[in-house]
Design a binder for this molecule. Structure first.
Ligand code: ATP
Ligand code: MG
Length: 403
């Protein structure tokens, strides 16, 4: 039986509303997608709710009007308020037959959520990585197995309550019912990485307009996530500053002539924009400087998490910013591993317009919705924003585990 799924990628430069149909384990069919320029966001977070709401409403209209209003919609989240860590929790299983039940798993989840509490933060995802059952390591699915002492190793992602509230407020003002919030790099990874990539060990880098998002997978499970508050807009802003040009002109120069490898650019070749000549070399030097900074951040982040040397699958680049010429090559140099560019995979329907790196998050949100059977509306819709209901919804996010 097929069901309809919806996603809303509230990006820094553009908002994408997307509707799809899923049918068992087959690829997601994209039914409609609408896009609008994004106003009211900076570095992934809402700074002007009214402007953000208008942009979201425009994207929804572009996606065929009322479709998304009925919801339930999966919404992407990013921003430097996101924090992630690997933790482990242990509980004694007191059931008489010693069998680990789904209910017991839920207790482990609750324990992991409470492990590192901060009153201004809300846990977004608890993603189990592996279980230890009475000393036996590496258990993937503990339900139905017997054990007294059960340890869950998990990756926990949390965000600032106020940032989450502002995002959901802007979305719900448009009459959208939010069913789950998904960390953007996890959504992009759903769209760009195959199960084999995750098994082998692969990191995803989504270079957006406001942020660069990282997700690394080892042995099939999520090992590390991070959000770097630098994106394509910083690249353009640097060019604007360096060339004393309006931001929009710098953006056009970057997209048309930019390169992250300044060595390969002719010293004297000029590029033309609106009858003015600019030095291609100088532009690419500015861009390379930024590109190096972002990639060094990513490298340090992977080093800090001690995963960089365990990624034979290399690095997968996506997001609009990944299209900068030479970026992949520079990534290989700085990160010391193979890099490739990725667009959303395993989709059907009218896929041509969707197969671009800037739509990885949007398509990934459909995958998330597809994985989650529970499609009951969790929030109350337009004008009835109730943070309590959102917190309740948060509890069910990223339901890797059945139950
Ligand atoms: N050919 C290109 N070369 C370089 N940069 C590009 C190119 N095409 C798009 N970009 C950049 O990609 C960025 C937008 O990417 P994307 O649409 O993935 O961001 P977003 O989802 O709106 O933002 P975020 O995810 O950070 O909130 C812009 O900064 C844009 O300049
Ligand atoms: Mg994005």
């Amino acid at each position: 039986m097929s069901k309809l799924v919806y996603g809303l990628d509230v990006g820094t430069t553009k908002i994408v509303a997307i509707a799809g149909r899923v049918d068992g384990r087959r690829p997601v069919e994209v039914l409609a997608m609408g896009e609008a320029p994004s106003y009211g966001l900076r570095r992934g977070v809402v700074v002007d709710r009214e402007a953000a709401t208008e942009s979201v409403a425009e994207a929804i209209e572009a996606c065929g009007g009322g479709k998304l209003r009925g919801g339930p919609v999966s919404v992407g989240i990013a921003g430097s308020h996101i924090r992630s860590l690997n933790t482990e929790v242990t509980l004694l299983n007191r059931s008489r037959n010693r069998l680990v039940t789904e209910r017991f798993l839920k207790r482990l989840h609750a324990e992991a959520r409470g492990a590192d509490p901060d009153e201004d933060e809300e846990v977004l995802h608890v993603v189990p990585r592996s279980f230890v059952l009475d000393g036996t390591e590496g258990v993937r699915q503990p339900v139905g197995l017997a054990a007294r002492r059960v340890t869950m190793r998990a990756h926990v992602v949390s965000g600032a309550i106020s940032s989450i509230q502002n995002l959901l407020g802007a979305v719900e003002d448009c009459g959208v019912r939010v069913s789950r919030v998904v960390l953007e790099p996890l959504a992009s990874a759903e769209a760009c990485l195959s199960p084999d990539d995750r098994q082998m060990g692969t990191a995803l880098l989504d270079i957006g307009g406001g942020t660069t998002d990282i997700a690394a997978f080892l042995r099939g499970s999520l090992a590390h996530t991070a959000v770097v508050p630098i994106g394509g807009e910083s690249f353009s802003a640097d060019v604007a500053y360096g060339l004393k040009l309006p931001f929009e002109d710098a953006e056009r120069l970057k997209v048309r002539y930019g390169s992250a490898l300044s060595d390969g650019v002719d010293d004297v070749a000029p590029v033309l924009l609106d009858d003015r000549h600019h030095s291609a070399k100088f532009i690419s030097q500015i861009l390379e400087y930024r590109a190096r900074e972002v990639l060094e951040f990513a490298r340090d982040s992977l080093d800090h998490a001690r995963v960089r040397n365990s990624l034979p699958g290399g690095i997968v680049l996506t997001g609009g910013g990944s299209q900068l010429e030479g970026f992949g090559q520079l990534a290989e140099e700085i990160l010391g591993m193979r890099a490739r560019l990725a667009v959303p995979r395993r989709i059907k329907g009218d896929v041509k317009p969707v197969q671009k790196p800037q739509y990885s998050t949007a398509v990934g949100l459909l995958y998330f919705a597809a994985k989650n059977d529970d499609l009951r509306p969790k929030s109350k819709g337009a004008g009835a924003f109730d943070f309590g209901s959102i917190v309740a919804a948060v509890k069910g996010w990223f339901r890797v585990l059945p139950g």
